[in-house]
Design a binder for this molecule. Structure first.
Ligand code: NAP
Length: 309
């Protein structure tokens, strides 16, 4: 147990990410007190039962009141409304952060509500599973994963340092980017891959000649991975694409161009092109494993999902 980095940490939204922050902060002692709020009475009740918050309040304002760090753990499209709700309860010197998968749109929605003397330091932990809700969180979710902070250009450096130390104590590695760059990087590494997975599962669903039973029984690893990704929370992903429209469309356009070339190589029997292309992509995969961001084990990314807290 380390000394708390913040006396009172408020988590607004108690799903996968909110509950995992709660568990990880309890594991490390990074927060003196963890206060949580979720929109539905059901989630608040579940959070009380599970115990990853010390207190669960009946309003977002009550959770934010007096907090040194407030983290918005709600879907990207809800961040602005939540910020408006808590704004007048934020104490001077408090830090407001978030975990949203898109940064520029969240900053645009949240920043206008932040009173002067309160520091906005947006963040995005690059860690997750396809599960959602308060039961899905676990303390190890952020271990050795990156958390990207996108502090404003002339923001308070001490606030960014304090938030960096907090995420490090949750097990994460922390880096900084500007928000538009973050959104482009994530469009490549996460948002477009999700769009492709959603589409591929939709395609299989459309193929009347392949029955449901066959799709399930003969799911090879590739399709099974797609179905796992395509099982992610619909509201979260709806908001991601709406909020990161430009970067997603840009990368989807490039994807379509590559796909056309690949199609042509298959149609014309260009064996050399196909082999070179797949050799190159294999090297990218090796790079991800070498960087410690995945393992070579064929576990389809499920090793942590919902197993421990
Ligand atoms: P989640 O498990 O679905 O939890 C979302 C939480 O937000 C729930 O407590 C929900 O309340 C609350 N909420 C939903 N809509 C709301 C609204 N309109 N107003 C107020 N509260 C609302 O989602 P999550 O996976 O933790 O994702 C939360 C954030 O983390 C998102 O911004 C997402 O982009 C980001 N993120 C997700 C992942 C991932 O892999 N899942 C990874 C990194 C970052 P109720 O339970 O009461 O409905």
């Amino acid at each position: 147990m380390s000394e708390p980095h913040f006396q009172r940490v408020a988590l607004i939204g108690l799903g996968l990410i909110g509950s995992s922050i709660g568990w990880a902060a309890k594991r490390s002692g990074a927060a003196g007190e963890i206060v949580g709020y979720a929109r539905s009475a059901e989630t608040r009740e579940t959070a009380r039962r599970l115990g990853f918050c010390d207190t669960v309040t009946e309003s977002a304002a009550a959770a934010a009141n007096g907090a040194d760090l407030v983290i918005l753990c709600v879907p990207v499209g809800a961040c602005g409304a939540v910020a408006a709700e808590i704004a007048s309860y934020l104490k001077p010197g408090a830090i407001v952060s978030d975990v949203g998968s898109v940064k520029a749109a969240v900053i645009e929605a949240v920043a206008p509500h932040i009173p002067s003397g309160v520091h906005l330091v947006p963040g995005h932990p690059i860690a997750g599973t396809e599960h959602s809700g308060p039961e899905s969180g676990f303390a190890e979710l952020f271990d050795d994963r990156w958390c990207i902070l996108t502090p404003p250009e002339h923001g308070d450096e001490a606030a960014t340092h304090a938030l960096t130390a907090f995420w490090e104590s949750l097990g994460a590695k922390v880096t900084q980017m500007d928000a538009p760059h973050h959104d482009l990087v994530l469009a490549v590494t996460s948002h477009v891959p999700h769009a492709i997975a959603y589409t591929m599962v939709g395609v299989a669903d459309d193929l009347a000649r392949v029955t449901d039973r066959e799709v399930i029984a003969f799911s090879a690893a590739g399709f099974r991975d797609f179905t796992r990704i395509a099982a992610s929370d619909p509201v979260m992903w709806r908001d991601v694409f709406l909020a990161n429209r430009e970067a997603t469309l840009d990368i989807l356009g490039r994807f379509q161009e590559e796909l056309f070339v690949l199609r042509r190589a298959i149609r014309t029997g260009d064996a050399q092109y196909l082999q070179d292309y797949f050799t190159h992509t294999r090297a990218i995969r090796r790079g991800i494993i070498d960087a410690g961001q995945d393992t070579p084990a064929p576990d389809f990314g499920r090793r942590n999902a919902g197993t421990t807290r």
